[in-house]
Ligand binder design. Structure first.
Ligand SMILES: CC(C)(COP(=O)(O)OP(=O)(O)OC[C@H]1O[C@@H](n2cnc3c(N)ncnc32)[C@H](O)[C@@H]1OP(=O)(O)O)[C@@H](O)C(=O)NCCC(=O)NCCS
Length: 157
């Protein structure tokens, strides 16, 4: 399992560099700083030489975990890291006794949707024209992982 630790303010410059390379509509440094100030759970994931290669941010909302951001450095993608980071989020959500993990993903982001579907997430609804896009706007797919259902499956396995 890849090494992880909580994200610190001193990580933000590196995190924003990764965000800008890996995403078409990157969060600003202030977006990340606001998450840390709000005490959202944020982790960075480290390579063997302690370089940040991925990060994620989760907001606790009563008994739900909202996955606000998950990102793997461009040249580290496609090697299973995204799955490791998502598994970390699922473990955290189980630890906080969350019943549901929810997230929004761009309708064009097939890669991320595949990752979520393969981890057991389902499509819950569509928010029409939610995101700004290169041309006009783009729908958000709201996806959820029902952790109560997951625990029932693991009991009966
Ligand atoms: C989405 C993201 C986190 C996936 O991370 P990753 O390290 O590349 O993914 P993994 O190597 O762990 O692959 C996990 C699964 O993702 C899917 N996937 C990975 N690469 C894919 C590709 N090129 N096309 C389609 N699906 C792909 C597959 O389901 C894969 O499972 P498999 O290997 O069993 O087939 C990463 O691409 C990323 O950071 N993208 C930019 C930021 C982003 O879009 N974040 C999500 C916002 S909602």
């Amino acid at each position: 399992m890849i090494k992880s630790r909580e994200m610190a303010a001193s990580d933000l410059a590196a995190v924003v560099r990764i965000e800008q390379q890996a995403t078409a509509f990157p969060w600003s440094q202030k977006n990340f700083a606001d998450c840390l100030k709000s005490n959202h759970k944020a982790w960075v994931f480290l390579s063997d030489n302690n370089e940040i290669v991925a990060y994620t941010i989760v907001q606790k909302v009563v008994d739900e975990a909202h996955l606000l951001n998950i990102c793997v450095k461009s040249d580290s993608q496609g090697k299973g890291l995204g799955r490791d980071v998502l598994n970390h989020v699922i473990s955290f959500a189980n630890t906080m006794s969350a019943v549901l993990i929810v997230l929004e993903v761009r309708s064009s982001n097939q890669r991320a949707q595949q990752l979520y579907l393969s981890a057991g997430f389902n499509e819950m609804s569509v928010r029409k024209n939610y995101y700004p896009a290169k041309e006009g706007r783009e729908d958000a797919i709201l996806m959820g992982l029902d952790l109560d259902l997951m625990s029932l499956f693991s009991i009966h396995d």
